[in-house]
Design a protein around this ligand. Structure first.
Ligand code: DGT
Ligand code: CA
Ligand code: CA
Ligand code: ZN
Length: 586
């Protein structure tokens, strides 16, 4: 059964194959043949499906036998073997290099081949250290241009990290809160939902119409703005110096709850909500919740009373659904009983688990980190420096481990004598070795209060091998928790592809937790595994993986992820009291 094809789709496919061939370093003549075929199809007058049905593609100038065959197969099966093969062959990191302006696939292959690198971060480093400049046909100028393009690209990248978005949002919210006539202001969109990355930043303001003009003026004219992308009386968009887009909507205070819900999204959540309203003969839109008129349209003269988002949910027989859950990902089942899902909050955290000190690659001493924790009101801190295999990060030899324990004992004694209600746990972030073993013998491991196991090398292992490696670690009697389970770096590096839907039940069964690494570059465990985690009662902890004092505050991003994944406080280890935690850790 062949399916109907579009010219544009086919042309784009052929171009993609040409690019892939160049990225794979293949003979350019073959790539050029695909380019030529793409142009032929693009400029074709008739319907391409006719040529495919009659198998007459080769009558077109620029399409040879082999490409014609490829397209017949494509029409038949929806895929082309040569493309599949190339996709396997080309390192996935190289695709992102294509977005660097001025850098074509041939040059990309050349650099990749000569320097054996696949990531943009590596390319940046090699441009800086002169390696790229020394390659034949490139030179100093090229290296500088590549660097410049990368910076440009980074600035205008489509998405950014939550911490980057938050700084910008805070500043706009501050500016708008001070404007005359502003009754309410809130961040909406993906930032309010605590998504792991943010496209544009959405802000909603409630104000009477007479104030709109003034508020808009403030929005588009402030020092953050480098470009006004669009300006209206109720809706404007700007670009900031960081290259981020910020959208502002101003609505009548009366419409604010429904507008907030609408602009918080997600689209999937909104669609389900509107559907739910319709089954109750109601209409939900960005202005409110209305009864229907005879044509099944919203009757704007008959609104239901709505003072808050909660009211809207209530009218639809739902408990309030916190923004983090609004992804069309099972949240309705959770709110169906009329009881709002119980999610962990920042203030539930009683202590910090997973922090580094100057003993390995942290910036602060044990004392300084402990003090930073007491200042923030925490009751305990589990220090988890790197283990010996992580030599690049100052991982601890066995002797150093024992020395560190002594120092921790001394500090804990001081606290006890002074009556300070604070305790430092002896922890470690042990590397998980390639065979799944931990980094110290059992005699050493059993002396720790808390053992985290993390993978720091070999992330590109085949998924099954990685899963096996993680499972072995999870089953280790001395391991309490797996650290950053995929090793992803958001917008930078994909993590391992181990099947977490298998790892999670296995870990739960072995009473091993999986951390939510709160560093905004990681947010790993991904929230999408929350449902599986709930099914099997997986324990977690919201871990800052702090390498500095300020790093401790990253827990707030982790709380966003934990809430998004549906974790209540009872399944987050560092919401427990010290006594309870120590009991759990055995
Ligand atoms: P982002 O910006 O890619 O990180 O993700 P969002 O969710 O912030 O998306 P954005 O900024 O395009 O829109 C903000 C919210 O507005 C979105 O979550 C739901 C709502 N919205 C925007 N466009 C539409 C639409 O066409 N249909 C529906 N149902 N909702 C929309
Ligand atoms: Ca947005
Ligand atoms: Ca937007
Ligand atoms: Zn760490």
């Amino acid at each position: 059964m062949s399916h109907s094809l579009q010219k544009d789709e086919v042309a784009a496919l052929l171009e993609e194959i040409a690019t892939l061939m160049r990225l794979a370093g293949e003979n350019d003549f073959r790539a050029m043949a695909f380019d030529r075929a793409a142009r032929t199809i693009e400029n074709l007058d008739g319907d391409i499906n006719q040529y495919i049905e009659k198998q007459t593609l080769t009558t077109l100038k620029g399409i040879g036998n082999s490409i014609a065959e490829d397209l017949y197969i494509y029409a038949e099966t929806g895929s082309i073997p040569v493309r599949e093969k190339l996709l396997e062959q080309v390192p996935s990191g190289l695709f992102s290099w294509l977005k660097i302006s001025g850098l074509g696939p041939k040059k990309i292959f050349k650099i990749h081949k000569a320097l054996n690198i696949t990531e943009i971060t590596e390319l940046k480093d090699r441009c800086k250290d002169g390696s790229v400049a020394s390659l034949p046909g490139l030179g100093q100028k090229s290296a500088e241009n590549i660097l410049k393009s990368i910076r440009w690209m980074e600035q205008f990248a489509e998405r950014c990290r939550v911490d980057e978005a938050e700084i910008i949002a805070d500043s706009f919210v501050g500016i708008l809160s001070d404007a005359e006539g502003v009754e309410q202001v809130s961040v909406a969109g993906s930032l309010r939902r605590a998504s792991e990355t943010i496209g544009d930043i959405d802000i909603l303001v409630a104000a009477q119409e007479v104030h709109s003009e003034n508020i808009m003026e403030r929005f588009v004219r402030n020092s953050e703005v480098v470009e006004v992308l669009g300006r209206g009386t109720t809706k404007s968009s700007v670009r900031t110096g960081e290259g981020r887009q910020v959208d502002l909507r101003i609505v009548d205070p009366e419409h604010y709850p429904a507008a907030l819900m609408y602009f918080t999204g997600s689209k999937e959540h909104n669609v389900a909500m509107r559907q739910r309203a319709r089954t109750r003969n109601l209409q939900l839109n960005e202005y409110g919740l209305f009864h229907q008129n005879a044509d099944n349209q919203a009757d704007f003269n008959r609104p239901l009373p709505v003072d808050s988002e909660t009211d809207i949910y209530r009218h639809l027989n739902l408990a309030y659904i916190p923004p983090e859950l609004r992804e069309g990902h099972g949240e309705f089942e959770l709110a169906e009983g009329g009881i709002s899902p119980d999610l962990v909050e920042l203030r539930d955290l009683q202590g910090i688990i997973h922090a580094h000190t100057t003993w390995s690659d942290g910036k602060r001493s044990i004392r300084e980190m402990a003090k930073a924790c007491t200042r923030r009101g925490y009751r305990y801190l589990a220090i988890t420096d790197h283990s010996r295999t992580a030599a690049y990060a100052g991982g601890l030899t066995v002797d150093r481990v024992y020395e560190q324990w002594k120092e921790i004992d001394v500090i804990n004694n001081e606290y006890a004598q002074r009556g300070t209600d604070f305790y430092i746990l002896k922890g470690i972030e042990s590397d998980i070795l390639s065979d799944g073993k931990l980094d110290y013998p059992d005699e050493v491991l059993k002396g720790f209060d808390l053992v985290i196991g993390s993978v720091h090398f070999g992330l590109e292992n085949p998924p099954d091998k990685m899963l096996d490696r993680l499972m072995r670690a999870a089953a280790h009697p001395h391991l309490h928790m797996l650290g950053h389970p995929t090793g992803r770096l958001l917008l930078q590096r994909e993590g391992s592809k181990a099947d977490l839907n298998r790892l999670i039940p296995f870990a739960a069964e072995h009473n091993t937790a999986i951390e939510i690494n709160a560093n905004p570059r990681r947010l790993d465990l991904d929230w999408r595994y929350g449902r599986k985690a709930r099914e099997v009662n997986l324990m977690s902890a919201v871990c800052p993986d702090a390498h500095s004092e300020e790093g401790l505050d990253d827990v707030r991003y982790g709380i966003g992820t934990a809430r998004k994944a549906g974790f209540p406080a009872q399944r987050i280890l560092n919401t427990f009291s010290l006594e309870e935690l120590m009991k759990r850790l055995g």
